[in-house]
Each structure stands twice: as structure tokens, then as C-alpha cells.
Design a protein around this ligand. Structure first.
Ligand code: FAD
Length: 300
């Protein structure tokens, strides 16, 4: 990792060269990013985008909790917004406004403290609001886009737009919007309700997670999407794959849809295990599992 000089550009963020992405993903694997930029704030991010060559590969990074970065790293620029685009405020009695670098847990906390109901599910999702918008993150019956009033996006030339949900095709863990735009911020709706009840629901949801998920081991959360009418974890478990290990990657004995890094896993171990699980589930159940995690970068 090397810091590069920005002082003549007017940019105020931090530019690192060859930054290991294993430091920025929840699986703790991933090779280096050729360039890794942490903007100072939103205006700085917009200015930075305008300096990029049109063909520069770009990867937006939140908390890296849904990303498998290959061992050869990312030959382009990573934009790391977690904690940098971090405005978060109420905007009316039943809405809040958040920039994409805010952690989902903070969004949930603000809603709950204000007596808001409907965003509690975000409390246990270990990502940013930007990642939640990109993934339509959800849990325990709640989904991010069910609460979106509007979003702000930015494109490569730095143009910022406000868009309604109707501009996006939203599905289970999948969101498609206008090409070449990324999320900058969102206004989310919540129902006015009872703060104590909402706080209790958050505690219950977090307890349920701790009881059923390997939360103390590095993972990428749910590896596969649930196929229609079924659960990926059920299919993997009944195929006898809990505990299956390749290198340092293991199908969690606690939750079959989680692959954990036992210590020295490489991204190649994890990718091989994902392929092996999918092949065995297909052989046993005849079901094609689709990955929920996004795989990016080059093989080593
Ligand atoms: C222990 C654990 C539990 C989990 N539980 C859940 C769960 O209950 N429900 C659930 O849905 N997910 C869960 N996940 C997965 C993950 O937390 C979510 O998908 C989360 O929304 C990812 O957010 P992130 O900030 O980490 O995104 P990242 O992993 O950094 O990025 C994910 C994708 O979004 C893109 N992206 C990020 N920011 C932006 C942006 N501003 N604009 C456009 N694209 C962007 C990235 O390029 C990437 O393709 C879990 C993960 C772990 C490790």
C-alpha cells in the first residue's frame, strides 16, 4: 500500500496504490486494488469521478460484506465510501435521509430512536446503505427498496440526479437502474410507531442472527440466493455439505448457506467451494443455485 500525492489536483480524499482488498472485505480475502480512493465527502467524490478516464474500471465499495474479490485483485479504481459519505438525518416525521457510506445499523438506530417502525431489519446487516440499495438487502421479511422514497445517483461525469423507485427494476437481492449511475444517498420511509417495541424487535433480530449464523467468523453472509419456494441453506444441508472444506474455506456447520474463512483461505478456495456446492446441489436436488455474493477482480 502506498499513498499517492493528490495535492496538485484540488482533491481532498485519500488515494492509495496497491491497497490489499482483503482489508476491506468481510471474508478477509482479495488481492490489491491498483488505485483505492477514499473521498473526503460527497463533493470530493463527484470531483474525483470527473478526473477518471472513461475506460477506467470502477468498483464501488461499501463494507465489502457481499463481495468476493479474487486473489489477483482489481485492476482499476476502487471507490471506498464507507464512513465518508456519512450524512444521516430525519427529514420529516416518517422519513430519513442517508448518504451511502452510512452503516445500515446506524440507519436502523435513527429510525428506531424516533419511534419508527419498518427499518429494524437493517440493524443486523453488516453493510452500508449504498450496499443495501445496490443489493436490495433484506432480512426477516423486510427489504430495503420497500422503504425507498427516492434516491440520488451520480454518473461518471459527476452529474447528480434524484430518481424515484419507478426508475429501477427491483427484485430479490437484485436491483437494475439506469446504466452508468451509482447511488449517493436515499430517503427512506418508516411508519410512526412505538420506539420501545421497535428496540425490542431489533434485540430479537440480533439474537436470532447470533443463534443461527457464524457471526464470529469471516464470511460473505448468504452465499446463494434462495431459489423460488425453497431455501438455499436447506438444499445445501440436505445434500450433506455442511462442513465441506476446500483449503481454508468451509461450508459453515452452523448455517449451510454461509461459507466461512477458517484462517488462511484464499479467494480461489472460496470460489472453488462455491462451485463445488452448486454442482453437488444440482446433482442431488436438480436445482441451480445462483450466487448472491458478487465476485470481482482477477485470478492470481
Ligand atoms: C454476517 C453477514 C450477514 C449478512 N446478512 C445479510 C442479510 O440478512 N440480508 C442481506 O440482504 N444481506 C446480508 N449480508 C450481505 C451484505 O451485508 C449485504 O448484501 C449488504 O447490503 C452489502 O453492503 P456492503 O456495503 O457491504 O456492500 P459491498 O459488499 O461493499 O458491495 C456489494 C455490491 O454493491 C455495490 N455497491 C456498493 N455501494 C454502492 C453504491 N453506492 N452504488 C452502487 N453500487 C454499490 C458493490 O459494487 C457491490 O457490487 C450479510 C453479510 C454478512 C457478512
Amino acid at each position: 500500500m502506498m499513498a499517492a500525492a493528490l495535492n496538485e489536483t484540488g482533491l481532498r480524499g485519500e488515494l492509495l496504490l496497491d491497497e490489499p482488498l482483503s482489508r476491506h472485505t468481510s471474508w478477509r480475502v482479495g488481492g490489491p486494488a491498483r488505485r483505492f480512493y477514499r473521498p473526503a465527502d460527497r463533493a470530493d467524490l463527484v470531483a474525483f469521478l470527473q478526473t477518471l478516464a472513461l475506460d477506467e474500471p470502477l468498483l464501488w465499495l461499501g463494507l465489502g460484506s457481499n463481495l468476493l474479490v479474487r486473489d489477483g485483485g482489481f485492476d482499476g479504481t476502487v471507490l471506498a465510501v464507507s464512513g465518508r459519505l456519512n450524512a444521516l438525518r430525519l427529514s420529516g416525521s416518517d422519513r430519513l435521509y442517508g448518504e451511502v457510506g452510512v452503516a445500515c445499523a446506524h440507519v436502523a438506530r435513527l429510525a428506531v430512536r424516533s419511534g419508527g417502525v419498518g427499518l429494524e431489519f437493517l440493524a443486523g446487516i453488516p453493510g452500508t446503505l449504498g450496499g443495501a440499495l445496490a443489493m436490495n438487502a433484506g432480512a426477516f421479511g423486510g427489504e430495503t427498496w420497500a422503504n425507498v422514497v427516492e434516491v440520488e445517483t451520480v454518473d461518471r461525469s459527476g452529474i447528480v440526479r434524484t430518481r424515484p423507485p419507478a426508475d429501477f427494476v427491483v427484485a430479490y437481492r437484485e436491483v437494475h437502474g439506469p446504466a452508468g449511475e451509482w447511488f449517493l444517498a436515499a430517503t427512506l420511509h418508516f411508519e410512526p410507531g412505538d420506539a420501545a417495541g421497535a428496540q425490542q424487535r431489533v434485540r430479537q433480530l440480533l439474537d436470532r442472527r447470533a443463534a443461527t449464523q457464524p457471526t464470529s467468523q469471516p464470511s460473505g453472509g448468504s452465499t446463494f440466493r434462495n431459489p423460488p419456494g425453497d431455501f438455499a441453506a436447506r438444499l445445501i444441508e440436505t445434500a450433506g455439505l455442511k462442513g465441506l472444506t476446500i483449503g481454508g474455506a468451509q461450508v459453515s456447520p452452523k448455517h449451510a448457506n454461509f461459507i466461512v474463512n477458517l484462517g488462511g483461505a484464499t479467494a480461489a478456495d472460496i470460489e472453488a467451494l462455491i462451485a463445488e456446492v452448486a454442482a453437488r446441489v444440482k446433482a442431488v436436488h436438480g436445482v441451480d443455485l445462483r450466487a448472491e455474493v458478487h465476485t470481482v477482480g482477477e485470478s492470481a
